[in-house]
Write a protein that binds this ligand. Structure first.
Ligand code: 13P
Ligand code: SF4
Length: 328
């Protein structure tokens, strides 16, 4: 591995312009017994070349059951870590080590440990958007698909800490009637949607259904016809008789919605006006670090690889396995 790749966090090797990247990626997958898993927020070209596209829960489930020797996780860093924790014997690759997550960054393991110590007797429920070190402090992991179901498995009087997403935590409190203690974290993309912008779109498209991810703040959630994970929102769009949808989550999901429902109209919820010209604030900049070119180079050089400290992984696997068991 060249030193400048290491410094950059991805393979920065020039690629022959005449190469058919998608074809080569598929050829290398077959040759190396590799599987490409992609999150719905990645760009369309990456989703189209992947073996499997899904939400955080489905990606973890796929990783747990694959018999491939190499997993390339096209998503963000914590998704790669989850794969590695579930499959320590496999090589887990990502396109770019810089693909972090503002939500995972909002909960440092040391700070969480101090918070847990201040609240003896509490169980810890962590969203999957967390580092391996945070998962190692956790009793059970959840995703937005299964958070209600998993939280419901605790006795009603169980004292729970939920983190790091405050909006998701508030939503789960409201649908379960609990009062979990909430960590004050959030996602910069889902925190950016404009209430007024969505109301304006709704005035222009009065028949449109409003699809909202639970990482959005409560005032946006209140406009929703449905609140759900990326997979939940996609399912709703496919099954609904409505023709128009306003989508308040990262805009990558529109690729899959449009592909599955070519005759329906999907309108991305607008973000608050930003000073940046042409700012695409409803795009997760981390997810966009996954490109076909990087995926090609990752497979070719089998780098960057995700490695997780063994002591941390040994603890972190327990709450992830517990979630997978409860989600069956
Ligand atoms: P999903 O679990 O809905 O795929 O969400 C992942 C995520 O990062 C949301 O911002
Ligand atoms: Fe993290 Fe937000 Fe990007 Fe999802 S959209 S990966 S929560 S930064």
């Amino acid at each position: 591995m060249k030193n400048d790749w290491k410094a950059k966090g991805y393979v920065d090797e020039p690629i022959d312009e005449n190469i058919d990247l998608a074809k080569e990626i598929r050829r290398m997958c077959k040759q190396k017994n590799a599987v490409v898993l992609a999150h719905y927020y990645t760009e369309g070209a990456v989703q189209d070349v992947a073996d499997f596209v899904g939400d955080s829960l489905a990606l973890a489930q796929q990783a747990a059951k694959t018999d491939a020797d190499i997993i390339v996780m096209c998503g963000v860093h914590f998704m790669g870590e989850t794969c590695k924790i579930l499959c320590p014997e496999k090589k887990v690759l990502v396109c770019d080590l810089n693909a972090g997550c503002s939500l995972a960054d909002s909960c440092d393991a040391k700070d969480l440990k101090a918070f847990i110590d201040e609240h003896p007797g509490y169980k810890v429920v962590s969203y999957v958007n967390t580092t391996a070190a945070v998962k190692a402090l956790t009793d059970v992991v959840v995703t937005s698909s299964n958070a209600k179901k998993v939280v419901d498995t605790f006795p009603k009087d169980e004292k729970l800490i939920f983190g790091p997403d405050k909006n998701l935590g508030n939503y789960i409190n409201s649908v379960t009637g609990r009062q979990m203690l909430l960590w004050n974290g959030g996602c910069h993309v889902h925190g950016q949607f404009s209430l007024e912008g969505i109301l304006q779109l709704k005035r222009e498209h009065p028949e449109a259904k409003v699809l909202v991810h639970p990482e959005c703040p409560a005032p946006i959630q209140q406009l929703a016809d449905v609140i759900g994970s990326t997979a939940g929102l996609l399912k709703y769009a496919v099954e609904s008789e409505a023709q128009e949808f306003i989508v308040a989550t990262e805009s990558g999901i529109l690729h899959q919605m449009q592909r599955r429902c070519p005759d329906k109209t999907f309108l991305p919820a607008p973000p608050e006006q930003s000073e940046g010209i042409g700012c695409q604030c409803n795009e997760c900049a981390y997810m966009r670090l996954n490109t076909l070119r990087k995926l090609y180079n990752t497979l070719k050089h089998e780098w960057p690889e995700i490695l997780v400290d063994e002591t941390i992984a040994k603890e972190a696997v327990k709450p992830i396995q517990r979630m997978l068991e409860l989600s069956k």
